[in-house]
Write a new protein. Sequence first.
Length: 196
Amino acid sequence: MKVTRREFLMLSGQAGAYLALSSCMGIDTKPVKEYVEDLKKIDKLKTAKQTTSLCYYCSVTCGLICSTDPKTGKIFNIEGDPDHPISEGALCAKGAAMLQTTELNEHRLTKVLYRAPYSDKWEPKPLDWAMMEIAKKVKALRDKDFILKNAKGQEVNRLESLAHMGSSKLDNEECWAITTMMRSLGLVQLDHQARV
Protein backbone atom coordinates (compact mmCIF):
# COMPACT_ATOMS: atom_id res chain seq x y z
CA MET A 1 0.00 0.00 0.00
CA LYS A 2 1.40 3.38 -1.02
CA VAL A 3 1.33 6.09 1.66
CA THR A 4 1.83 9.76 0.83
CA ARG A 5 4.00 12.00 2.98
CA ARG A 6 0.91 13.82 4.28
CA GLU A 7 -0.80 10.54 5.26
CA PHE A 8 2.40 9.31 6.96
CA LEU A 9 2.71 12.49 9.04
CA MET A 10 -0.97 12.43 9.90
CA LEU A 11 -0.89 8.78 11.00
CA SER A 12 2.34 9.29 12.95
CA GLY A 13 0.87 12.27 14.78
CA GLN A 14 -2.34 10.38 15.56
CA ALA A 15 -0.47 7.34 16.81
CA GLY A 16 1.75 9.50 19.02
CA ALA A 17 -1.24 11.42 20.38
CA TYR A 18 -3.09 8.18 21.04
CA LEU A 19 -0.17 6.65 22.94
CA ALA A 20 0.36 9.82 24.97
CA LEU A 21 -3.33 10.21 25.83
CA SER A 22 -4.04 6.55 26.52
CA SER A 23 -1.37 6.42 29.21
CA CYS A 24 -2.98 9.33 31.08
CA MET A 25 -5.76 8.49 33.47
CA GLY A 26 -9.20 9.95 32.91
CA ILE A 27 -8.76 11.01 29.28
CA ASP A 28 -11.30 9.65 26.84
CA THR A 29 -9.63 8.12 23.78
CA LYS A 30 -12.92 7.24 22.12
CA PRO A 31 -12.70 10.04 19.47
CA VAL A 32 -9.25 8.83 18.43
CA LYS A 33 -10.48 5.24 18.16
CA GLU A 34 -13.46 6.39 16.09
CA TYR A 35 -11.14 8.30 13.78
CA VAL A 36 -8.99 5.19 13.32
CA GLU A 37 -12.16 3.24 12.48
CA ASP A 38 -12.95 5.91 9.87
CA LEU A 39 -9.49 5.35 8.36
CA LYS A 40 -10.26 1.63 8.15
CA LYS A 41 -13.55 2.54 6.44
CA ILE A 42 -11.61 4.56 3.84
CA ASP A 43 -9.45 1.49 3.09
CA LYS A 44 -12.64 -0.56 2.86
CA LEU A 45 -14.11 1.95 0.40
CA LYS A 46 -11.15 1.48 -1.92
CA THR A 47 -11.96 -2.22 -2.40
CA ALA A 48 -15.76 -1.90 -2.27
CA LYS A 49 -18.13 -2.58 -5.13
CA GLN A 50 -19.97 0.67 -5.83
CA THR A 51 -23.49 0.68 -7.20
CA THR A 52 -25.62 3.68 -8.06
CA SER A 53 -29.14 3.86 -6.72
CA LEU A 54 -31.86 6.41 -5.99
CA CYS A 55 -33.42 7.79 -2.83
CA TYR A 56 -37.23 7.60 -2.98
CA TYR A 57 -38.14 9.52 0.16
CA CYS A 58 -39.56 12.33 -1.99
CA SER A 59 -40.19 13.13 -5.63
CA VAL A 60 -36.73 14.68 -6.12
CA THR A 61 -35.19 11.17 -6.31
CA CYS A 62 -31.59 12.08 -5.43
CA GLY A 63 -28.73 9.88 -6.63
CA LEU A 64 -26.91 7.54 -4.24
CA ILE A 65 -23.70 5.55 -4.35
CA CYS A 66 -23.96 2.34 -2.31
CA SER A 67 -20.65 0.74 -1.32
CA THR A 68 -20.83 -3.01 -0.78
CA ASP A 69 -18.20 -5.15 0.92
CA PRO A 70 -17.16 -7.77 -1.68
CA LYS A 71 -16.52 -10.38 1.03
CA THR A 72 -19.86 -10.16 2.86
CA GLY A 73 -22.02 -8.64 0.12
CA LYS A 74 -23.46 -6.14 2.62
CA ILE A 75 -23.81 -2.39 2.17
CA PHE A 76 -21.61 -0.46 4.60
CA ASN A 77 -21.74 3.07 3.18
CA ILE A 78 -24.24 5.22 1.28
CA GLU A 79 -23.42 8.70 0.02
CA GLY A 80 -24.65 11.19 -2.56
CA ASP A 81 -23.80 10.63 -6.24
CA PRO A 82 -21.88 13.67 -7.57
CA ASP A 83 -22.64 12.61 -11.17
CA HIS A 84 -26.41 12.64 -10.64
CA PRO A 85 -27.97 15.44 -12.76
CA ILE A 86 -30.53 16.50 -10.14
CA SER A 87 -28.89 16.30 -6.72
CA GLU A 88 -25.20 16.51 -7.81
CA GLY A 89 -24.11 14.61 -4.68
CA ALA A 90 -26.24 16.53 -2.17
CA LEU A 91 -28.61 14.66 0.16
CA CYS A 92 -31.15 15.85 2.69
CA ALA A 93 -31.19 14.44 6.23
CA LYS A 94 -33.44 11.53 5.20
CA GLY A 95 -31.27 10.58 2.25
CA ALA A 96 -28.09 10.89 4.30
CA ALA A 97 -29.59 8.52 6.90
CA MET A 98 -30.55 5.92 4.27
CA LEU A 99 -27.93 3.50 5.65
CA GLN A 100 -30.12 3.11 8.75
CA THR A 101 -32.74 1.34 6.62
CA THR A 102 -30.33 -1.44 5.63
CA GLU A 103 -29.58 -4.65 7.50
CA LEU A 104 -26.59 -2.87 9.05
CA ASN A 105 -29.04 -1.32 11.53
CA GLU A 106 -29.62 -3.94 14.21
CA HIS A 107 -32.71 -2.07 15.45
CA ARG A 108 -34.46 -2.09 12.05
CA LEU A 109 -37.95 -3.55 12.23
CA THR A 110 -38.21 -6.97 10.61
CA LYS A 111 -41.72 -7.92 11.74
CA VAL A 112 -45.06 -6.30 12.50
CA LEU A 113 -45.24 -5.01 16.06
CA TYR A 114 -48.63 -4.39 17.67
CA ARG A 115 -49.45 -2.61 20.88
CA ALA A 116 -52.98 -3.11 22.15
CA PRO A 117 -54.92 -0.08 23.41
CA TYR A 118 -53.78 0.95 26.94
CA SER A 119 -50.94 -1.59 26.83
CA ASP A 120 -47.30 -0.72 27.48
CA LYS A 121 -45.88 -3.74 25.60
CA TRP A 122 -45.32 -4.40 21.91
CA GLU A 123 -46.10 -7.88 20.68
CA PRO A 124 -44.93 -9.40 17.38
CA LYS A 125 -47.71 -10.38 14.96
CA PRO A 126 -47.66 -12.10 11.57
CA LEU A 127 -48.08 -9.93 8.47
CA ASP A 128 -51.31 -11.76 7.53
CA TRP A 129 -52.83 -10.76 10.87
CA ALA A 130 -51.96 -7.09 10.29
CA MET A 131 -53.45 -7.10 6.77
CA MET A 132 -56.68 -8.69 8.06
CA GLU A 133 -56.93 -6.09 10.85
CA ILE A 134 -56.59 -3.25 8.35
CA ALA A 135 -59.22 -4.85 6.10
CA LYS A 136 -61.61 -5.26 9.07
CA LYS A 137 -61.20 -1.61 10.09
CA VAL A 138 -61.77 -0.33 6.53
CA LYS A 139 -64.90 -2.53 6.24
CA ALA A 140 -66.21 -1.29 9.59
CA LEU A 141 -65.69 2.34 8.53
CA ARG A 142 -67.42 1.75 5.18
CA ASP A 143 -70.37 0.07 6.91
CA LYS A 144 -70.70 2.94 9.37
CA ASP A 145 -69.87 6.09 7.38
CA PHE A 146 -70.52 5.36 3.69
CA ILE A 147 -72.63 8.10 2.07
CA LEU A 148 -74.93 6.91 -0.71
CA LYS A 149 -76.74 10.21 -1.41
CA ASN A 150 -76.05 13.82 -0.53
CA ALA A 151 -78.57 16.34 0.94
CA LYS A 152 -79.99 17.04 -2.55
CA GLY A 153 -80.71 13.35 -3.10
CA GLN A 154 -77.93 12.93 -5.66
CA GLU A 155 -76.07 9.62 -5.65
CA VAL A 156 -72.46 10.24 -4.50
CA ASN A 157 -71.19 6.89 -3.11
CA ARG A 158 -68.36 8.24 -1.01
CA LEU A 159 -66.51 7.70 2.23
CA GLU A 160 -65.29 10.93 3.82
CA SER A 161 -63.93 9.50 7.09
CA LEU A 162 -60.98 7.73 5.44
CA ALA A 163 -58.12 9.23 3.43
CA HIS A 164 -55.19 7.91 1.42
CA MET A 165 -51.65 9.33 1.10
CA GLY A 166 -49.69 8.17 -1.94
CA SER A 167 -45.99 7.38 -1.81
CA SER A 168 -43.22 8.69 -4.03
CA LYS A 169 -41.72 5.19 -4.01
CA LEU A 170 -44.37 4.18 -6.54
CA ASP A 171 -44.31 4.69 -10.28
CA ASN A 172 -47.19 6.14 -12.34
CA GLU A 173 -48.82 2.77 -13.04
CA GLU A 174 -48.80 1.75 -9.38
CA CYS A 175 -50.20 5.15 -8.35
CA TRP A 176 -52.96 4.79 -10.94
CA ALA A 177 -53.88 1.28 -9.70
CA ILE A 178 -53.93 2.36 -6.04
CA THR A 179 -55.93 5.51 -6.81
CA THR A 180 -58.47 3.44 -8.76
CA MET A 181 -58.77 1.02 -5.83
CA MET A 182 -59.20 3.86 -3.32
CA ARG A 183 -61.87 5.49 -5.51
CA SER A 184 -63.69 2.15 -5.73
CA LEU A 185 -63.82 2.14 -1.92
CA GLY A 186 -65.46 5.58 -2.11
CA LEU A 187 -62.51 7.67 -0.91
CA VAL A 188 -62.51 11.27 -2.06
CA GLN A 189 -59.65 12.54 0.09
CA LEU A 190 -56.59 11.40 -1.87
CA ASP A 191 -53.22 13.09 -1.72
CA HIS A 192 -49.64 12.32 -2.70
CA GLN A 193 -46.36 12.71 -0.86
CA ALA A 194 -44.79 14.49 -3.85
CA ARG A 195 -47.35 17.31 -3.56
CA VAL A 196 -46.99 17.74 0.20
